[in-house]
Design a protein around this ligand. Structure first.
Ligand SMILES: C[S@@+](CC[C@H](N)C(=O)[O-])C[C@H]1O[C@@H](n2cnc3c(N)ncnc32)[C@H](O)[C@@H]1O
Length: 361
């Protein structure tokens, strides 16, 4: 069996497990890795080279993950010393390195130890050279031997991804961008919001605070023109930037316009008359951090939710990402037009964010 470890957004491991279940049919024992947050592990059978590679391609195409490591072993340190770490690493089967053209070692460390991450990487690299005589290359390596020490727990594997998959800039789920909004949503979170909305072919989708368009770029990349997408923002710069981002990816089927999330029934009245009510509204609401003095978030949420109720179809869903969970919850209870069906807390850029899934009552 091969064991993989994927990293993901804080506290959303169960959603990642669901994506793996749906897309990697060969995977078994899919679970949060050793109860650590941000990490999910699973096993896949070891087939021939071609089939192993096709499974790896499916893993790298997952939309909810940041990085992939093929795990080779894990253990507990008896003493928090480099000597003990090296001894234990020597016991792990890293035979791929015997025939590898080159390798590099990288290290991450959390907790109190007698050594730094830099020292770890240097000493682990040295251990492998002594053991297998494999040449080191920091840039042109065939294997990136990755060792993580969390307190006294250590796991060792080959890091498959160099850059985070969450930026959609590599070969997998690639999305081109020229405009970046300063409060852009992470693509992995955009994927979760859309999945929690139950977005499916034939649906109509609105992001009424689109910023640089991450959520609709993700939706367009997932479904193409099999869904109908409307995006809008009240700021010209965001509208222009979103249009440019869409154009770069040839997502010409997405409509973008100026609108006010406080008055949706007025600002997109013509759209609803022509296309019918919306099935899904998915958005990352303004945080109000920079503009807290000017913007009354309670008023914004109240107006948004009241006006959204008028343009949302009977079985429609709204999924929002917000930092102001208390205010959002109060408004939901106050206006009595929706019920909260799911709620998650996650983290981005050091901020705790809430995901609410709500439906019309
Ligand atoms: C958190 S940002 C959205 C980021 C976006 N999801 C992205 O990835 O780039 C919130 C956006 O809401 C917009 N906004 C604030 N108040 C609005 C309103 N009343 N109507 C429409 N858009 C609004 C802001 O201009 C900003 O672009």
């Amino acid at each position: 069996m091969k064991k993989y470890l994927v990293t993901c957004d804080y506290n959303l491991e169960e959603l990642v497990i669901e994506e793996i279940k749906q897309n990697i049919t060969e995977a078994t024992e899919i679970k949060q890795f050793e109860n650590f947050s941000h990490r999910v592990s699973f096993l896949v059978p070891n087939f021939d080279k071609e089939k192993n590679n096709s499974i790896l391609q499916k893993i790298l195409s997952l939309r909810s993950i940041h990085s992939v490591i093929e795990l080779k072993g894990s253990f507990y340190l008896d003493k928090p010393t480099l000597e003990n770490l090296k001894e234990k690493i020597m016991e792990i089967d890293l035979s791929e390195l015997k025939t590898a053209k080159s390798f590099r070692a990288s290290a991450e460390r959390y907790g109190t130890h007698d050594f730094t991450s830099m020292e770890m990487a240097k000493h682990i690299g040295h251990t492998v050279i002594m053991r297998y005589k494999t040449p080191v290359s920091l840039t042109e390596y065939e294997y990136n031997l990755r060792v993580d020490v969390i307190g006294s727990f250590v796991f060792v594997g080959y890091q498959i991804t160099d850059d985070t998959l969450a930026h959609r800039q590599g070969n997998y789920n690639k999305i081109e961008r020229i405009f970046h909004h300063r409060a852009a949503t992470k693509h992995t979170l955009a994927y979760h919001l859309l999945t929690l909305a139950g977005l499916q072919e034939g649906d109509s989708l609105l992001d009424c605070t689109c910023g640089g368009g991450t959520i609709i770029l993700e939706a367009a990349s997932m479904f193409g023109n099999k869904i109908k997408i409307l995006a809008g923002d009240m700021h010209e710069k965001a509208i222009k930037g979103t249009k440019e981002n869409l154009k770069l990816n040839n997502f010409d089927f997405v409509e973008v316009r100026e609108l006010n999330a406080r008055h949706l029934e007025e600002t997109i009245e013509d759209y609803v008359e022509e296309n019918g009510q919306l099935d899904k509204i998915v958005c990352n609401l303004p945080f109000g951090i920079q503009s807290a003095k000017q913007v009354n978030m309670r008023g914004l949420y109240d107006q948004f939710l009241s006006s959204a109720n008028k343009i949302l179809s009977k079985n429609g869903k709204i999924v929002v990402l917000t930092m102001r969970q208390g205010v959002f919850r109060e408004v939901i209870f106050m206006i009595k037009k929706y019920k909260i069906t799911k709620e998650y807390v996650t983290e981005a850029g050091g901020l705790y964010l809430h995901i609410f899934v709500i439906e019309k009552i």
